[in-house]
Design a binder for this molecule. Structure first.
Ligand code: XMP
Length: 524
């Protein structure tokens, strides 16, 4: 739990797949919120957290079952506004004296409802200001059970054909309960509902990047004192923002280690080194270990072996350089909020699983280092905003993601230095084309892969026998699912011509139109 210098909203997670989206919508409103699984929210916890408002998420359970997850009853005595969503609505009604009927899924006779629905107004409510427009409003339903009798004090403010209690409220107590999911995109006016809720709760929108930056700097100074910190730089956005922030907090007590495994893109190592050394004057060890990595990768063509080899060597190399920094006690990591949210598990075992992300896997324990993770509370786009706040150039902040194993996983089959050189050149032309056509920011990730086949071609009057390359460009939100980017034929033709003319070693260009799933973004 963080300090209480800004207003805080508590989201109690009952296991919905989309709980994180609630947090996103609130952060967009400059409201600070934290997600905690229902198991962790005890009466004591509520007192310590002291939320200004509470949201109950949806979830897969059914309140008609005796062991259904519930918040502590004291949450209703705190005098703060509460919004219950889907399961959150049902648990609220059940605990406050209403009735919930089981649907098909939980063994009852009622109907379940999944998908688009339309809600009509049933009375004026401040929560719904600017919501209905001229008539009905589209919402997204996803529920098995439904409320059949409201708890005392509640009234209906919106109905849909299958959900007569779609929007309900006890306006005296500021308790609101909706059957649909305002956090998903299929509820187009969902953000307005959250905006009204936090306004009614008295939030002032004090969660700004400027405030976050000052607070984060103060916390790093408190945590680290006069000790030294090591930060592994990959050239990616997260580790770069973490490094610049920590450097602002503790200056020369920070040393960055940039492991160059020889699998970076054209000009990338120079860019990273000059940006940190020249622009920020941050002490930086440039560990050029390409001979080691490429030597060990020689002859290997199995994707998993490649990844494991790179991971193992990375840890060894990082440790070797980190050991040269006398008296370092902390390791900085660019861990983000989605990596640390405790997820709810209903299926046996320890009920709470904590996902943790180790960019330099296992190193902190191995080296006896404590962690500094100044981005733990941020989502990816907030990290970008913080980077802008810290003055990092947009060209750096807006960069497409680049995988840890680098070009190794874009070179299916055996990796050779020749193939890597060809790949770098082709990738550079491709990215240049994308930038020239103003498409870079529309695309989530784009790169070239060199294929382990050579094909026959004809250039001038001569026969060629060179490699084929594949171009990849995808749109995505989080990399979990992706679609190929619909380039125009003109763009593809111009790019293929440029690559074949400008890159010796390639005589054929293909465009990968596989989505994820069933494909993955990278080729290995
Ligand atoms: P896939 O290929 O799994 O990639 O669809 C999804 C996203 O993750 C990136 N990726 C990695 N990033 N270490 C990383 O830091 C890795 O080992 C790794 N493998 C894939 C990939 O570039 C894409 O953005």
């Amino acid at each position: 739990m963080t300090d209480a210098s800004h207003d805080r909203l508590l989201i109690i997670d009952f296991g919905s797949q989309v709980t994180q989206l609630i947090a996103r919508r609130l952060r967009e409103l400059s409201v600070y919120c934290e997600i905690h699984p229902f198991q962790a929210v005890t009466e004591d916890f509520l007192k310590r957290f002291a939320p200004k408002a509470v949201i109950f998420s949806g979830g897969p359970a059914s309140v008609v079952h005796a062991d259904a997850p519930r918040p502590p009853a004291s949450v209703f005595e705190m005098g703060v506004p509460i919004l219950g969503i889907c399961y959150g609505q049902q648990v609220m009604m059940d605990m406050l004296g209403g009735t919930v009927e089981g649907g098909k899924i939980s063994g009852g006779g009622g109907t379940a409802e999944f998908g688009r629905a339309y809600v009509e107004p049933a009375g004026p409510l401040p929560l719904l200001e600017g919501w209905f427009g001229d008539g009905r409003e589209q919402v997204w339903m996803s529920h098995g059970d439904h409320v059949s009798e409201l708890a005392p004090g509640f009234e209906v403010f919106g109905t849909s054909p299958n959900a007569p209690y779609a929007i309900t409220a006890d306006t005296d107590r500021n308790f609101y309960a909706v059957q649909f999911h305002p956090e998903v995109h299929h509820t187009p006016k969902g953000p307005k509902l959250y905006e009204n809720f936090v306004r009614l709760a008295g939030f002032t929108g004090d969660w700004t990047m400027g405030a976050y930056r000052d607070e984060a700097i103060r916390k790093i100074q408190e945590q680290v004192g006069d000790k030294k910190v090591i930060c592994g730089l990959s050239g990616g956005v997260d580790s770069s923002v973490a490094a610049v922030l920590i450097h602002e907090a503790i200056g020369d007590q920070l040393t960055c280690v940039f492991v160059d495994h020889g699998l970076l893109r054209q000009g990338e190592a120079d860019e990273v080194v000059s940006m940190f050394r020249d622009n920020y004057n941050i002490p930086l060890i440039h560990a050029d270990e390409s001979e080691l990595f490429l030597g060990e990768l020689e002859g290997q063509d199995d994707p998993e072996t490649k990844r494991k080899t790179i991971g193992r060597l990375f840890i060894d190399v990082f440790q070797k350089y980190a050991n040269q920094i006398d008296g370092a006690e902390f390791l900085a990591q660019g861990t983000l909020y989605p990596d640390v949210i405790e997820s709810v598990s209903f299926s046996g075992g320890p009920s709470v699983t904590i996902k943790s992300h180790h960019n330099v896997g296992g190193l902190p324990e191995k080296m006896g280092l404590k962690l500094v993770e100044p981005l733990r509370e941020l989502f990816k786009d907030e990290v970008r905003a913080l980077g802008r706040e810290l003055g990092l150039p947009q060209s750096f902040i807006g960069r497409h993601p680049f995988p840890g194993p680098g070009l190794a996983i874009r070179c299916p089959g055996k990796i050779t230095r020749d193939k890597l050189d060809i790949l770098r050149a082709a990738d550079a032309v491709y990215i240049d084309q994308i930038r020239k056509h103003g498409l870079y920011d529309e695309i989530w990730q784009a790169f070239a892969a060199i294929l382990p086949v050579r094909t026959v071609g004809v250039m001038g009057d001569g026969r060629t026998y060179d490699y084929a390359c594949a171009l990849r460009a995808v749109t995505s939100v989080d990399g979990m699912t992706a679609d190929y980017y619909p380039f125009s034929h003109e763009f593809l033709a111009e790019t293929a011509t440029r690559i074949i003319n400008e890159v010796p070693g390639i005589n054929r260009v293909t465009y990968d139109i596989t989505s994820k799933p069933p494909g993955t973004i990278e080729w290995e």
